[in-house]
Design a protein around this ligand. Structure first.
Ligand code: KG4
Ligand code: ZN
Length: 324
């Protein structure tokens, strides 16, 4: 068992080639190469384009991370890599690279769960995780609610999206509003000048007794509303639509996250994933957590989006826990 293990983490589940280096709970390097610009004209991530970009970015990004951390390959105690969930071809590039490094260096290799890594990363900013905690993970690829008694050994998925991920809904609605990809930050910005109650958009699965989410009905409702508006020849009030759509997403995300805390008697909620950068989600989560007596932890945006540091952080937890 190593107390403060030095771990290199590799993340390639989507469009970010992330390589991080951590020592225990201390972040030493967080190098990222993103292929997001190559996907922009398609309005979403194209798996084959992402895989090829990972291949090109892998070696230079590993090199940058080691330089930034001021460590050498030989110093590492372990290599960690995202094993899933994610795009199969993209994951394969990261796993192949990690296996090669581990084998060449004679270091142990840890294949880690991407969602658990989104939870573990918070330790780099806010210290050890409370046990248990609840995690709401929202990004372009996932919308999940997890009960986390122990991030090293016991992560229980309680709910997930049954269709579109929250970030995917932001991206698709941005597209119909004529905003660039990825749409989340643009909707967030546009919504600041709009009224969240301007249009009563549906809140899918709000009170259905599950911890699952559904955003495709909402996305369709927004598209229909805009079409009807355009047919009538009236201008589309972009700020109002953005604010009303955003409110519908955020309302249901926060409601179900607090439900999980209450139902399981858990006093700590962690919010992660790219959508955690959303200003309204942060505000509403803070308000409702305060009202419910729940402590809220949200890592800084760079740690919320996919990155290698989160994989290294979870790897370090596993090494410390003596995981095989
Ligand atoms: O975690 P991430 O970088 O990658 C994955 O999808 O796994 O998340 C990207 C997603 C995109 O869908 C993007 O539109 C969304 O996060 N996003 C936001 C905001 N910033 C990024 N959604 C809403 N509001 C934001 N401020
Ligand atoms: Zn992610």
């Amino acid at each position: 068992m190593v107390d403060e293990p030095l771990v290199l983490g590799i993340e390639t589940s989507c469009d970010e080639t992330g390589v991080g280096v951590v020592r225990g709970h201390t972040l030493l390097a967080d190098a990222i190469a993103s292929s997001v610009d190559e996907h922009a004209r398609f309005g979403g991530v194209v798996p084959e384009v992402a895989s090829r970009a990972h291949l090109e970015a892998m070696t230079p990004t590993v090199g940058r991370a080691l330089t930034e951390a001021g460590v050498r390959f030989d110093d590492l105690d372990a290599i960690a890599v995202t094993a899933g969930p994610g795009l199969a071809g993209a994951l394969m590039v990261g796993v192949a690279a990690a296996k090669a490094y581990a084998l060449a260096l004679g270091k142990p290799l840890y294949g880690v769960n991407h969602l658990a890594a989104h939870v573990a990363v918070d330790q780099l900013e806010h210290g050890p995780l409370p046990k248990p905690c609840v995690a709401l993970l929202v990004s372009g690829g996932h919308s999940s609610l997890l009960l986390v008694p122990d991030v090293a050994a016991d992560v229980r998925p309680l709910g997930a999206t049954v269709d579109d991920a929250a970030g995917e809904a932001f991206d698709k609605v941005a597209r119909v509003l004529g905003l660039p990809f990825p749409g989340g930050p643009h909707i967030d910005r546009a919504a600041r000048d709009g009224r969240p109650d301007a249009v009563a958009f549906p809140r899918g699965k709000y009170d259905d007794g599950t911890y699952d989410f559904s955003f495709s009905g909402l996305k369709t409702a927004v598209a229909r509303w805009i079409e009807a508006r355009e047919r009538s020849g009236e201008p589309v009030p972009v700020a109002d639509v953005a604010a009303s759509f955003q409110e519908a997403v955020v309302d249901v995300l926060v409601k179900k996250a607090i439900d999980v805390c209450r139902d399981n008697d858990v006093a700590d909620l962690l919010v992660g994933g790219g959508v955690a950068a959303n200003s309204r989600l942060r505000t509403l989560a803070a308000e409702r957590c305060a009202a419910a007596g729940v402590r809220l932890r949200v890592p800084r945006p760079k740690l919320c989006t996919d990155n290698g540091a989160m994989v290294a952080a979870l790897g370090a937890v596993l090494v410390t826990a003596g995981a095989p």
